[in-house]
Design a protein around this ligand. Structure first.
Ligand code: PLP
Length: 458
């Protein structure tokens, strides 16, 4: 059959205007925001690719669910909808609703963590690591070696290095390992998928040593898409069946529903073990809310239950993954250095390769994020030495291993012409690349400096 454009598998019922701006206006906005896109107002942005978290467009069904939300304090119908949807997907007996992913993480990792414990993951997401370290435990990342090579094509760059896992269990002692965590897809590693074979192997190793295995399942539907199309034996599975098989291999799961449940707020913790669930439920009631709503209103739970089904629609997932890939592959063809292969939810541009004349200490990623905003009104985020840079005892900057800029794609929000506009903006970015200079930081907070730091062009 002749190749056809993959269209957005939805029509637009309700629109949100974009405020357009000129380059002169944006130069003024960016100066006022101290050259940090986090400090811009959303109405100063044309295409907002800052994050895919909580930025999804809900469907007409989800909005109808919002109107049906049952706000009873205990045992509401909306809780039943959510509990059923999560149980159907995870096959786990105990479901704890939370207001977002990190609340689920705080509850489970404060219970399992503490001094002397070690947690092992393909890559801990930053809130996961923060919650583990806050408990006094250590968090170690052991992705496969291939994941460190940004241009290498590998079908499952999100996989965990199972030899290292076995070694670490020997070194640390199984009884000191709080849990092993598989993040699917691997957000911090570029949205790369984890294979079912790798999940099975990790699960087997954990079983042999009686270690808890948890899934950070924020993007489990996007991960299922990659398995169906890249891993032998899953051609005839539905996406939901693939996700269900993955859940069957683990003891628990934490989800930020702001990703693959297509809602603007929500999350959950899912568990098989009665005793752990009991302890976590106590913590839930003290810090989030009663066990039948956690941190959520009834309408949030109703929308979440519907989103968790919609996300497995084959037409949606095909459009979702292909449209992210489309952007990434077009940029790659044009000569923009991007991380390959393209992941599920975002395209990562290697700013150090794009601007080889800007040293890491002058933040080439920040320079690219500012250029994208100035030239196109496109908001992105630097993932490099601004985000991960540290100072040594003499205040010398220790730079990050890579200088990346992430273009995260909100779900069901932008159409192909928005994406074409982003691609066109990159044509100009390429043309001017050699004349762009770096930035210096003029003011910064002690922690998580990328959110509020102020910059000055050099
Ligand atoms: C977003 C995210 C979280 C944290 O969820 P929040 O809803 O932002 O608290 C945890 N893990 C991964 C992989 C994520 O992408």
């Amino acid at each position: 059959m002749k190749h056809r454009t993959i269209i957005e598998p939805f029509k637009i019922k309700s629109v949100e205007p974009i405020t357009l701006s000129t380059e002169e206006q944006r130069a003024e906005f960016l100066t006022k925001a101290h050259f940090n896109p986090f400090l811009l107002q959303s109405n100063q942005v044309i295409i907002d690719l800052l994050t895919d978290s909580g930025t999804s467009a809900m469907s007409a069904d989800q909005w109808a669910g919002i109107m049906k939300g049952d706000e009873s304090y205990a045992g509401s119908n909306s809780w039943l909808s959510m509990e059923n949807a999560v149980k159907h997907l995870t096959g786990m007996e105990y479901v704890l609703p939370t207001h977002q992913g990190r609340a689920a993480e705080r509850i489970i990792y404060s219970h399992l963590g503490g001094k002397g414990k070690t947690f092992i993951s393909n890559t801990h997401f930053d809130t996961t690591r923060a919650n583990i370290e806050y408990s006094g435990a250590d968090a170690l990342d052991i992705p496969i070696q291939e994941s460190y090579n940004t241009s290498l094509i590998h079908p499952f760059k999100g996989n965990m290095d199972t030899n290292k896992l076995k070694e670490l269990i020997q070194v640390k002692g199984a009884e000191n390992i709080g849990a092993v965590i598989l993040t699917v897809t691997n957000n911090s590693g570029g949205g790369q998928p984890v294979s079912m074979a790798n999940t099975k192997e990790v699960s087997q190793i954990c079983k042999e040593h009686d270690i808890l295995l948890l899934l950070d399942c924020c993007r489990v539907a996007e991960n299922a898409y990659f398995i169906k199309h890249r891993e032998e034996g899953f051609e005839n599975y539905t996406y939901e069946e693939i996700a269900q098989e993955m859940f069957s291999l683990v003891n628990g799961a934490a989800m930020s529903s702001k990703k693959d449940a297509l809602v603007n707020m929500g999350g959950f913790l899912s568990l098989r073990d009665k005793e752990i669930a009991k302890e976590c439920t106590n913590m839930l009631i003290i810090t989030e809310g009663f066990s039948t709503y956690g941190g959520l209103s009834g309408r949030d739970m109703e929308a979440l239950a519907i989103g968790l089904k919609e996300v497995f629609d084959p037409n949606y997932l095909h459009y979702r993954i292909r449209s992210t890939t489309y952007l990434g592959e077009k940029l790659n063809e044009m000569g923009v250095p991007v991380m390959m292969p393209i992941g599920g939810h975002a395209v990562y541009v290697d700013a150090q390769k794009l601007y080889p004349h800007i040293p890491a200490r002058e933040y080439p990623g920040q320079a690219l994020a500012c250029e994208l905003y100035l030239k196109g009104g496109i908001r992105t985020v630097e993932i490099g030495s601004v985000m991960f840079g540290k100072y040594d005892d003499d205040r010398n900057l220790i730079t990050a291993p890579m200088e990346l800029v992430r273009l995260a794609i909100p779900r069901r929000v932008y159409t192909q012409s928005h994406i074409e506009y982003v691609i066109e903006t990159f044509e100009e970015i390429l043309k001017d690349a050699s004349s762009i200079s770096g930035y210096e930081i003029t003011e910064e907070p002690k922690f998580l400096r990328h959110f509020t730091a102020k910059f000055k062009p050099l």
